[in-house]
Design a protein around this ligand. Structure first.
Ligand SMILES: Nc1nc2c(c(=O)[nH]1)N[C@H]1C(S)=C(S)[C@@H](COP(=O)(O)OP(=O)(O)OC[C@H]3O[C@@H](n4cnc5c(=O)[nH]c(N)nc54)[C@H](O)[C@@H]3O)O[C@H]1N2
Ligand SMILES: Nc1nc2c(c(=O)[nH]1)N[C@H]1C(S)=C(S)[C@@H](COP(=O)(O)OP(=O)(O)OC[C@H]3O[C@@H](n4cnc5c(=O)[nH]c(N)nc54)[C@H](O)[C@@H]3O)O[C@H]1N2
Ligand code: SF4
Ligand SMILES: [Mo]
Length: 692
């Protein structure tokens, strides 16, 4: 055994979408030091507290280290240790039995936030197995932005921070805390120093709101109303890009007539922002070309996700900011294997018709099942029964809306296998639990399939502990048991090799190079038009009637109705020290954020007789939770921010680690869903609050 310190360059991952280049110092198979790599093309040396706590993530004494089989009743915490062979055979036998009895589509393959290549290997397994049902969290994470983009302009318009923008509008995106989209905020902060103007649309005074020229403290859930008011100003003041609009848009006159109904003076009260501020911000965005809109989760955390995303894409388009450097661009992929080929989409041509959500009339090109519809299939057999599930990298009991319903669905499955690194509330309900290796413990590739135009090398740094295995390896082995072996590789390096093969690079050469980026090509529409039915940006959707979609983005009222019993508005943002429900068990992070805090304006708190640190009960029509009050001036007086993702690993399995007590999703519901994506309201719910 050597005791010299090795330095390994890799990229951070699995604590958000990843992206920061890191240098890890390794001694005796342990990470002993970690820092941001000054040469990182995205982060230029930046590293956040989550990444600094990485080593503890790997070495925690309670980490899962062996496959487990349930012995007592489901959820009672009784397990026996079994071998990998027994575990894989049990998963394979159970899923095969369900396939024989109910058909392949009765098995769901579930994944949370995409973390690495195993996400796509899971889709591949589902496709080869013959199930159209990959359940993911895309209903509230990116699909509304991505798929609305595909229908409107033929691509997913991501903000381009690699080139200077004259102005940037951060719309419901807390980028310095979340590194949303893996577009590291270091690049934006650098631009601000060079004079880029900043507009922030957020109910909370975030770090970036403090730096902004204009901060619009919007009432949660009214983003589409505000975006329409922006469009009104841009069109009424004739600030739009005439040449672009006349040559490359479809339905401008209809949009113009439509948004004349949304003047700032009328919308000001709805959105809770003064009309003059709306006008000034819209003018600044339209007059500083190029400009980027960095849009976050707030766009897609309400039942109005589609109209909101559409209104913002129309705004990008009429201001001439689509696919120009420093605007919102269609990223060009490097020379690597096409996603469809990687996941073997060819093997399941009927997927779009057969997947669960097709029955619910969701938007075409949404390819993962919204969790609300997955639960309906499990609990009510609508549109057909789903009886088994394989879950990896996800904790649905905390992440899906309506946790009580999720609990019932998980309890109602005939078979549930969960791969995780820790015994989470969800894993505690499984029949088989598989101990996964995680970041730093295997060769991986980051940012594949995310539409940002680059992939990042994540070479292995240390060996995984005891029996932990990379999900890619677990799936490759399971694939051989469940489906014809010819579709699988000798080991999981086969996936890396095939992905990289068009580039001609081996994984080692790629890792040496660090990343691969597509070429900088902009304004592809000049020669190729837009990939839409009309070949133009569809301000008015030409297929609206066919797909039963609203042809123009509209404001159809707030996502949740007013309710005198619940006079306040509940919303949330992610904790900068955790990823969703993950890592509450990492001491270094827990010290920074020890307990669930509900943020409330000091004046509102005074009305409700709430003091700093009081234990409070936050209630909605759907449920109640307890958290601790944090008094602040940074949120609106009518809005309460409850913390999201809280369970208590230290409760050691008792009552599933108290998954109900402070869990935000006890307060959400699937009663009302957006038609296009099956999205529930996560960010604009009526609530009340009292001292416990
Ligand atoms: N109310 C509310 N609900 C939300 C949101 C919100 O803002 N508010 N956000 C939504 C969004 S944007 C998303 S993306 C989803 C997130 O939903 P999930 O992705 O399900 O979120 P996590 O709670 O982080 O669960 C991830 C799990 O993966 C495990 N894990 C970590 N690394 C590995 C690994 O390498 N292998 C395996 N097998 N497991 C691993 C972690 O221990 C953890 O249990 O939640 C959504 N739900
Ligand atoms: N630390 C950390 N980083 C993460 C994650 C994490 O869990 N923790 N999750 C990762 C994932 S999967 C994702 S998708 C991204 C998400 O990253 P973000 O898009 O930044 O997500 P959020 O923190 O949910 O919300 C963003 C902002 O929306 C504001 N907001 C709340 N309600 C409204 C509203 O109604 N309208 C508007 N305009 N704003 C509102 C919040 O105050 C917050 O500042 O982050 C990724 N990075
Ligand atoms: S911001 Fe994200 S990618 Fe960067 S160091 Fe932190 S967790 Fe890693
Ligand atoms: Mo997400």
């Amino acid at each position: 055994m050597t005791d010299t310190v090795r330095r390994v360059k890799t990229h951070c991952a699995r604590m958000d979408h990843g992206g920061c280049a890191l240098v890890a110092e390794v001694k005796n198979n342990q990470i002993v030091g970690i820092k941001g790599d000054p040469e990182g093309f995205l982060n230029r040396g930046y590293i956040c507290p989550k990444a600094l706590a990485s080593p503890e993530r790997l070495t925690h004494p309670d980490r899962l280290r062996h496959p487990l089989r349930r012995t007592g009743r489901r959820g009672t915490g009784q397990w026996e240790r079994i071998s990998w062979q027994e575990a894989l055979e049990s998963v394979s036998e159970n899923l095969s039995r369900i396939r024989a009895e109910y058909g392949a589509k009765a098995v769901a393959f579930c994944q949370g936030m995409p973390k690495g290549l195993e996400h796509f290997v899971l889709i591949r397994l589902a496709n080869i197995f013959g199930s159209p049902n990959v359940v993911a969290v895309q209903d509230v994470c990116h699909a509304p932005r991505e798929v609305s983009g595909m229908h409107t302009c033929g691509f997913y318009p991501v903000s381009d921070f690699h080139h200077p923008s004259k102005s940037v509008m951060l719309w419901g995106s807390n980028i310095t805390a979340t590194n949303e989209e893996g577009e590291i905020c270091s690049m934006l902060l650098h631009q601000l120093k060079q004079g880029t103007e900043l507009i922030v649309i957020d109910p909370k005074q975030t770090d970036m709101a403090k730096k902004a020229r204009y901060w619009l403290q919007i009432k949660p859930g009214t983003d589409n109303a505000l975006a329409l008011a922006f469009l009104h100003v841009v069109i009424a003041d004739e600030l739009y890009d005439r040449n672009f609009v006349s040559a490359y848009t479809h339905g401008f006159d209809e949009l113009a007539a439509h948004v004349s109904n949304y003047p700032p003076e009328k919308m000001a009260e709805i959105v809770g922002v003064p009309a003059s501020l709306i006008r000034d911000s819209a003018r600044l965005y339209a007059m500083s070309h190029p400009a980027a809109i960095q849009w976050g989760n707030a766009i897609e955390h309400t039942v109005r996700a589609f109209d909101t995303a559409r209104a913002l894409i129309c705004l990008m388009a009429v201001c001439g900011n689509l696919d120009v450097p420093g605007g919102n661009v269609q990223a060009n992929e490097p020379k690597i294997l096409d996603l469809g080929k990687f996941v073997r989409a060819d093997l399941i041509p009927s997927k779009a018709k057969e997947m669960i959500h097709a029955h619910h009339g969701t938007i075409p090109r949404l390819m993962t099942v919204p969790p609300a519809f997955f639960k309906k299939a499990v609990l009510e057999s609508v549109p057909y029964p789903v009886r088994g599930a394989y879950m990896q990298c996800t904790n649905p009991l905390m992440g899906y809306a309506d946790s009580r319903e999720t609990f019932n669905a998980l309890m109602n499955l005939d078979f549930l296998a969960v791969s995780d690194i820790f015994m989470t509330p969800t894993a505690s309900l499984a029949d088989i639990v598989l101990p996964a290796a995680t970041h730093f413990e295997f060769n991986d590739i980051g940012h594949y399939g995310l539409g940002h135009g680059y992939i990042l090398a994540r070479p292995k740094v240390v060996d995984p502990p005891e029996e932990c295995r990379p999900d890619m390896q677990i799936l490759n082995d399971l694939g051989k048991l469940l489906t014809p072996a010819e579709y699988w590789y000798e080991d999981c390096n086969g996936f890396l090799k095939s992905l990289l093969s068009p580039s001609g690079l081996t994984y080692e050469q790629f890792a040496e190079q660090g990343f691969m980026k597509g070429e900088n090509r902009f304004q592809k529409y000049l020669t190729a038009g837009f990939k839409t039915p009309s070949g133009k940006v569809e301000l008015r959707l030409s297929n609206a009637e066919k797909f039963r979609l609203p042809p123009l983005p509209a404001f159809a009222g707030t996502p949740a109705d007013d309710d005198p019993d619940y006079p306040l508005i509940l919303t949330t943002c992610k904790d900068r020290y955790y990823l969703h429900s993950s890592y509450r068990w990492v001491e270094k992070l827990r010290e920074k954020s020890p307990c669930p805090l509900t943020e409330i304006h000091s004046e509102t708190a005074a009305i409700y007789g709430i003091r700093e640190g009081d234990e409070v009960i936050v209630s909605t029509k759907y449920g109640s939770i307890s958290q601790f009050a944090s008094l602040t001036e940074t949120v609106r007086k009518d809005t309460v921010y409850a913390a999201y993702g809280w369970w208590f690993p230290e409760a050691k399995g008792e009552n599933g680690c108290e998954w109900e007590k402070s869990n935000f999703n006890m307060l959400t519901s699937t009663e009302k869903l957006g038609k296009e994506f099956g999205t529930p309201n996560l960010k604009s719910i009526r609530c009340n609050i009292r001292r416990k």
